[in-house]
Design a protein around this ligand. Structure first.
Ligand SMILES: Cc1cc2nc3c(=O)[nH]c(=O)nc-3n(C[C@H](O)[C@H](O)[C@H](O)COP(=O)(O)O)c2cc1C
Length: 163
């Protein structure tokens, strides 16, 4: 399997999740983990699996992730398995009724990333997933690193079973 995990990260939490996912999916021969600013969408050739992750900032992915997704040529993800994740605050912990209200309406980064990957003909292998950080800068909440490992493991198994 040739896989890429592409991420953006401001405080390092999404980077940590991206690296865990990369390590779980396979060896460095098979899996490349790259910050989005170091990727050219033209590198997306000979890929079996593409995973994209972003911090949720103002209910969306970062501008760099959105710019990258917009530059993926139409059809470039034909037959490529895709999945999306984000990091986000726990709305329950924030205790702001305004944030809870807007988060319910506008959501988080992972779903719109997944929608854009599907629009470019990517085959979604698992539903989008969010990993919780404490406060707005992290660290990741206890148990989230393990959950990231399980999420990636599930992707690997589903991929292996379909080939
Ligand atoms: C300006 C700003 C806006 C944010 N907006 C949201 C948001 O809309 N929803 C949310 O759940 N978390 C939000 N957060 C928290 C981020 O999701 C959190 O900083 C991020 O997951 C940390 O990932 P990183 O370390 O990879 O940057 C925001 C944080 C900042 C600083």
């Amino acid at each position: 399997m040739r896989a890429m995990v592409i991420y953006d990260s401001v405080f390092g939490n999404t980077e940590k999740v991206a690296k865990i996912i990369g390590e779980t999916l396979g060896t460095s021969d098979e899996v490349t983990v790259l910050r989005v600013t170091n990727v050219n969408p033209k590198q997306l050739t000979d890929l079996d699996l593409l995973i994209v992750g972003s911090p949720t900032r103002a209910f969306k992915a970062t501008p760099a992730i959105n710019a990258f997704l917009a530059k993926i040529p139409s059809g470039a993800l034909n037959d490529i398995h895709v999945a999306a994740f984000d990091t986000r605050m726990s709305i329950k912990d924030v205790k702001s009724s305004i944030l809870t209200f807007f988060a319910k309406i506008f959501g988080f980064a992972a779903e719109p990333i997944a929608a854009k990957l599907r629009k470019k003909q990517g085959l979604q292998i698992v539903p989008p997933e969010g990993f919780i950080v404490i406060g707005s800068e992290g660290p990741l909440r206890e148990g989230e690193q393990e959950r990231a490992t399980r999420w990636a493991d599930q992707i690997k198994k589903l991929y292996d079973n379909s080939h």
